[in-house]
Write a protein that binds this ligand. Structure first.
Ligand code: NAD
Length: 260
């Protein structure tokens, strides 16, 4: 479906980003992975995906908290693939604390990685997409881009910002064949959420099972984690020509959470 296309997926060494990268690669799209982790494990992920899909799979270790690295990674992808058709802004981190106790450095990092990196990557990628009059931009926001939860002030702020950016870019490029959309997942059981399960269990004196059902999935009516494969399939559809008229949306994939 996406044969001949090329994509950068930020934060794709694990979790949702990796799920999206796998789905794009399985659809025939060349992909550039990005993110942190153990160098040998990343290389194994890269080479396994290339062998399984027969597409080009590259890797950039660019730090999404640094604007010049974000723009540099987009240029590197354009040079390596000869063009860049798809940009998935997915890298993200979390910190949970009441605002009075929230460390300034964690706030700055969340805003930089979860929100500003989207802006810098889109700014760098758009000229090439406009030149070829085709592009797909997907910002992985969150249900927290649409509604709030306490103690996640920086995250909720950054994700609402990512949704606002999505709408603005969609309007700026509306007369081209470029679309810009946000995916807003509910809880997905990735390393980012595993960390919260442990923290919350300790904070509330609960078992991990209690935290999953009564804290994390308290707002998610279907009481099930979203699977990364569901998000990958959605990303592939949004990148297809059949999704040409879908732009500027923030689509919840949240088991009914934001229907409340
Ligand atoms: P994860 O921790 O599994 O993956 C995060 C990825 O981002 C990793 O590849 C990590 O190396 C990378 N990353 C972190 N800091 C980076 C930096 N400075 N530069 C480059 N890469 C960096 O988390 P995940 O749950 O897969 O989250 C992916 C995205 O989905 C995030 O934006 C997150 O906010 C969003 N999201 C997650 C959930 C969930 O429940 N897991 C729900 C809604 C939205």
């Amino acid at each position: 479906m996406l044969k001949g296309k090329s994509a950068v997926i930020t934060g794709s060494t694990s979790g949702i980003g990796l799920g999206i990268a796998e789905a794009l690669a399985k659809s025939g799209c060349d992909v550039m992975l990005n993110g942190f982790g153990n160098a040998d494990e990343i290389e194994k992920t890269r080479s396994d995906l290339a062998a399984a899909t027969n597409v080009k799979v590259l890797y950039s270790g660019a730090d999404m908290s640094k604007p010049e690295s974000v723009a540099g990674m987009v240029v590197e992808a354009q040079e390596a693939f000869g063009k860049l058709d798809i940009l998935v802004n997915n890298a993200g981190i979390q910190h949970v604390a009441p605002i009075e106790d929230f460390p300034d450095a964690r706030y700055d990092a969340i805003i930089a990685i979860n929100m500003s990196s989207n802006w810098h990557a889109i700014k760098a990628a758009l000229p090439m997409m406009k030149e070829r009059n085709w592009g797909r931009i997907i910002n992985v926001a969150s249900a927290h881009g649409l509604v709030a939860s306490p103690y996640k002030s920086a995250y909720v702020m950054a994700k609402h910002g990512a949704v606002g950016l999505t709408k603005t870019i969609a309007l700026e490029v509306a007369e081209t064949n470029i679309t810009c959309n946000a995916i807003c997942p509910g809880y997905v059981r990735t390393p980012l959420v595993e960390g919260q399960i442990g923290q919350q269990a300790a904070a509330h004196g609960m078992t991990e099972e209690q935290v999953i059902r009564d804290v994390l999935l308290a707002s998610q009516p279907n009481k099930k984690f979203v699977e990364t494969g569901e998000l990958g399939a959605l990303a592939v559809f949004l990148c297809s020509d059949l999704a040409a008229s879908i732009t500027g949306i923030a689509l919840p994939v949240d088991g009914g959470w934001t229907a409340h």
